[in-house]
Design a binder for this molecule. Structure first.
Ligand SMILES: [Zn+2]
Length: 256
C-alpha cells in the first residue's frame, strides 16, 4: 500500500498548494481520500481519473470536498467517452448524500451527471472493501459530521484523522496503525477544550497513547512553521514523525 500526498493545506491552499487530498494505491486499486481545492489537478500527476477505483470523503467542509464538483465532471466525461466502464463508489459520512445532492442541484442540477461517474454510498458500521483495501470509520470530534478513516490491506494499516479535536477515546480506533496521517492545525496558543482541531503536540499524544508506528502530520495553514510542528509533535511522540508534503509518497509497512 502506498500513500501519495496531493495537498496538505487548510482552510485554503497557498500559492502552488492544495488542500487535503490523498491517494492510496496498490494492487490495482486507487482510492482518493478527501478532495479539497487543487486535488483534481494534482491527482492527475499520479493517476488518470479513469483509473480511480473509489473516493472517500471524511466530511463535507469545502477544504476537504470542493474539488469533488469538478472531479465529478471529469468522471462523468470519462464514462461518456468510454474510458470509465462503470461508476466508482463515492463514500460519504452517514446522512450526507442528501446534503451533497442539494449542493449539486444548487450548482445547476448536476446530480444526474455526477451519478454517471459516481455511485453515492454512505459509510456506517460496516467495513466496505475497495479492491484489496478494507475501509472503516469512526466519528471524529468536529464542528460538523466528520470521521476518521482506516484503510487496511492484510496487516498494513493507514489511519487518517480527517479533522478532529482531541479525544482519547479515538485511541481504540487507532490501535494497530502503521502510518497515522493526522491533522496538526492549531498552534499551542489556540488549544482549547473542546476543540474541533488538534495541535501537533496533541496529534503526537494520540499517536503515543495508541502506540502507532509512524506519525505523518498534515492540514496546515499556508505559511505555518512546519519544523516547529514537528518539534511540537516530538514532545509527546517518540516514534518517527514526518511532515506531509505534496508529491511525497509513503509506503505503508508493518513492523509487527
Ligand atoms: Zn473540517
Amino acid at each position: 500500500m502506498e500513500l501519495v500526498i496531493i495537498g496538505n493545506s487548510s482552510p485554503f491552499p497557498g500559492a502552488q498548494g492544495a488542500c487535503p487530498g490523498y491517494l492510496i494505491r496498490g494492487e490495482g486499486a486507487n482510492i482518493l481520500l478527501d478532495c479539497g481545492p487543487g486535488t483534481a489537478a494534482g491527482l492527475q500527476e499520479f493517476c488518470p481519473v479513469e483509473e480511480l477505483t473509489g473516493v472517500i470523503l471524511s466530511h463535507l467542509h469545502p477544504d476537504h470536498s470542493s474539488d469533488l464538483f469538478v472531479l465529478g465532471f471529469a468522471m462523468g466525461l470519462a464514462r461518456r467517452e468510454g474510458r470509465l466502464p462503470e461508476p466508482i463508489p463515492l463514500y460519504l459520512p452517514p446522512g450526507n448524500t442528501e446534503r451533497l445532492a442539494a449542493l449539486c442541484e444548487a450548482f445547476g442540477n448536476l446530480m444526474g451527471f455526477y451519478r454517471e461517474g459516481f455511485l453515492f454510498r454512505e459509510y456506517g458500521e460496516g467495513s466496505p472493501a475497495i479492491g484489496p483495501f478494507r475501509c472503516s470509520f469512526t466519528p471524529a470530534q468536529h464542528n460538523m459530521e466528520a470521521h476518521l478513516v482506516k484503510i487496511s490491506a492484510g496487516d498494513r494499516i493507514l489511519t487518517y484523522s480527517g479533522d478532529t479535536g482531541f479525544d482519547l477515546k479515538l485511541t481504540d480506533f487507532l490501535a494497530g496503525t502503521d502510518l497515522f496521517l493526522c491533522e496538526a492545525t492549531l498552534e499551542p496558543e489556540e488549544q482549547k477544550e473542546p476543540s474541533s482541531h488538534l495541535t501537533a503536540e496533541q496529534a503526537g499524544l494520540l499517536a503515543a497513547k495508541a502506540g502507532v508506528d509512524r506519525l505523518l502530520l498534515t492540514h496546515f495553514r499556508p505559511g505555518a512553521d512546519l519544523d516547529k510542528k514537528k518539534r511540537d509533535a516530538a514532545r509527546s511522540f517518540s516514534g518517527p514523525i514526518d511532515i506531509a508534503l505534496p508529491g511525497q509518497r509513503y509506503r505503508v509497512e508493518t513492523t509487527r
